[in-house]
Design a protein around this ligand. Structure first.
Ligand SMILES: Nc1ncnc2c1ncn2[C@@H]1O[C@H](COP(=O)(O)OP(=O)(O)O)[C@@H](O)[C@H]1O
Ligand SMILES: [Mg+2]
Length: 243
């Protein structure tokens, strides 16, 4: 399923954070979004998922226009979200989280059994509460919960934030596997090197504008110029010396 975002404007209390964002995520590919803190990455993901009502613009999934629809309608249309910070409940067990996430679909593609097969670590932790899980286990649970909503477009907002390198690598492997099986993946990623590893395309969001959107092959050839768009230490247009 293709996700197409066009001219998307969104923000808070009438103020604009996103200024006409354009993006396309093709089936079976990973589109990474990188950008500085506060660039609007989470706002974008929320506006797509219907957690934030956009001011204007299009969110088209499989040819169906969804911008402004309620979150549950967008979820039912096949858009799943793994939110930033994972949002795991401290007092619920893994098993309870999974039971809550299961929808009423007939012949679902993702069952609890299949999700646990993909994420065997969770199978060993079914009776553990959220606050008894490691960061990596919480992230796996957040992914499991999203998969149980039967997404064909998956939005992941900084899934490797705060994870040890090995666990973050495992998360990237998972994401690659899902895309390999046909999922359209929009991945917000803090680190360009990690985005390069997993993504087919990389876009840079800056002050709510997509200022760059190229194939990963292209980015590999010129990582420094993309990195400079992300750095807060190096201004994009440094003043010439002595001026
Ligand atoms: N709930 C909110 N209410 C008001 N402003 C917000 C809210 N959430 C985010 N913002 C503002 O929107 C801008 C973009 O934030 P965000 O989308 O979270 O950026 P990112 O995910 O790229 O770090 C920031 O200036 C932030 O302060
Ligand atoms: Mg964010």
């Amino acid at each position: 399923m293709t996700l197409r975002v066009g001219g998307l404007c969104a923000g808070y209390h009438g103020g604009r954070v996103l200024h006409g964002v354009e993006l396309t995520v093709e089936s079976g590919t990973v589109q990474a979004i990188v950008g500085r803190n506060g660039a609007g990455k989470t706002t974008l993901v929320h506006a797509i998922a219907g957690l934030l009502k956009p001011y204007s613009g299009m969110v088209v999934v499989d040819g169906v226009e969804l911008a402004g629809a309620p979150a549950h309608v967008i979820a039912r249309a096949g858009v799943g979200l793994v939110p930033q910070g994972r949002r795991v409940f401290a007092s619920l067990t893994v098993s309870e989280h999974l039971r809550l996430a299961v929808g009423g679909r007939r012949s679902p593609q993702w069952t609890v059994a299949r999700v646990l097969e993909l994420l065997p670590r969770l199978a060993e932790r079914l009776g553990n509460r959220g606050d008894q899980l490691s960061g990596g286990e919480q992230q796996m649970l957040a992914i499991a919960r999203a998969l149980l909503t039967q997404p064909r477009v998956l939005l992941l907002d900084e899934p490797s934030e705060g994870l040890a390198a090995g666990v973050a690598a495992r998360v990237r492997e998972l994401i690659s596997g899902l895309a390999g099986a046909g999922m359209s993946v929009l991945l917000v990623e803090q680190r360009l090197d990690h985005a390069i590893e997993v993504a087919d395309r990389i876009a840079v969001l800056d002050y709510g504008h997509v200022v760059f959107d190229e194939s990963t092959t292209q980015v590999r050839a010129e990582p420094v110029s993309v990195q400079s768009m992300l750095s807060i230490d190096q201004p994009l247009n440094p003043q010439p010396q002595g001026s």
